[in-house]
Design a protein around this ligand. Structure first.
Ligand code: KG4
Ligand code: ZN
Length: 335
């Protein structure tokens, strides 16, 4: 199975993406058609709008992915696709496209979990060394995933309410920042100071779970109260205080997890893994964990993309994981 070529699909949210991946680690092409502009005026992703865009984009993305990789369907070894978790109507477009191509060209079909995909984005930088831990932080997920060996994923901690990215997007709205707000809040945070001392929920609990809805409410209440008494607050300090609270909890829980589950690598993945504050903090903290290497998914692969799905898909393909034409989208798929 050397030199295997995987055509992969990702349509779980608001990016239509198709990639060609060689041996699970080399990106021959990675086409990402983003729909962000269509969702911005609604302040978040509108599922029906996302599905319609996926339908319009997917065929062109497949053609571009094959052309840019200079391969044809005959060169491919398998087709991999995200089948959950995500928006059901959005997932269905990728699943249907992948099933159709697999059936038409007699190729094996490999079903991929979106979170496994985010984690395997790391493999596009360097081989994953097990046991490994992943902190996956995105608009829909905040999870600590322990991987004792290849193909095994154990969620040891997760958010009890909002995902970290969701909290960024919601407080961004209060600061009049367009969706998705994470990047701009991150930039503002670097110009301010942590002066508001927002709550760090569950930070002292001995589990690995997170909670961000109290922080979000504290932020929103602070701004509304100031509006009522016509006080003006520093946007930079608000952003810095919010970011510090998020990063503190993520870093503290991750350190606790690393103490209980010693690993060779800590992988930081998901859209919020692009956060400068979080990358810097984990880089600092990991100096105390001499046997654990920090693997930061590159900024260009933190957001949703099909390259990461092809990388996880290749691992599953080697492990013999297959789906048939009955494969369905599973919006609340777990490991
Ligand atoms: O993984 P992703 O592309 O989509 C999901 O699967 O959710 O993550 C998107 C999320 C959004 O909430 C966005 O605001 C956030 O990632 N994000 C950031 C940064 N860049 C993107 N959050 C904080 N800091 C950033 N630099
Ligand atoms: Zn994602």
């Amino acid at each position: 199975m050397d030199n295997n070529l995987i055509l992969s699909f990702e349509t779980s949210c608001d990016e239509t993406s198709v990639a060609v991946i060689k041996n699970g680690s080399e990106i021959l092409s990675n086409i990402v058609a983003t729909q962000i502009k269509s969702h911005q005026r609604f302040g978040g992703v509108v599922p029906e709008v996302a599905s319609r865009h996926h339908i319009e984009q997917i065929t062109g993305c497949v053609e571009d992915a094959l052309a840019r990789a200079s391969v044809t369907y005959d060169d491919l070894d398998a087709v991999a696709v995200t089948y959950g978790p995500g928006l059901v109507g959005a997932l269905l477009i990728g699943v249907t496209a992948a099933k159709t191509i697999a059936w038409a060209h007699g190729l094996p079909l490999v079903p991929v979990n979106h979170i496994a995909g985010h984690i395997y984005g790391a493999r596009l930088v360097k081989p994953i060394e097990f046991p490994a831990m992943a902190l996956v932080v995105s608009g829909g997920h905040t999870e600590l995933v322990y991987m004792p060996e290849e193909g095994k994923f154990e969620i040891i901690g997760e958010t009890r309410d909002d995902a970290a990215g969701e909290a960024y997007d919601k407080i961004g709205r209060v600061l009049s920042i367009n969706y998705p707000a994470g990047k701009e809040v991150d930039e503002l945070a670097h110009q301010g100071k942590d002066t508001f001392n927002f709550p760090r929920a569950m930070d002292d609990d001995s589990n690995f779970d997170f909670s961000f809805s109290g922080l979000k409410s504290a932020f929103i209440n602070t701004v509304h109260h100031a509006d009522q008494i016509h006080e003006s607050l520093s946007r930079e300090d608000l952003a810095a205080s919010f970011q510090q609270a998020v990063v503190d909890v993520l870093a503290d829980k991750t350190k606790r997890a690393l103490r209980e589950f010693p690993v060779n690598q800590l992988i930081l993945a998901g859209g919020v893994a692009a956060n400068r504050g979080l990358r810097e903090r984990l880089t600092d903290e990991l100096t105390a964990f001499k046997d654990t290497e920090l693997v930061l998914v590159p900024l260009s692969l933190c957001g949703d993309n099909a390259a990461m799905i092809g990388s996880a898909g290749e691992m599953l393909y080697r492990q013999g994981v297959r789906a048939d034409a009955t494969l369905n989208a599973d919006p609340s798929l777990e490991f």
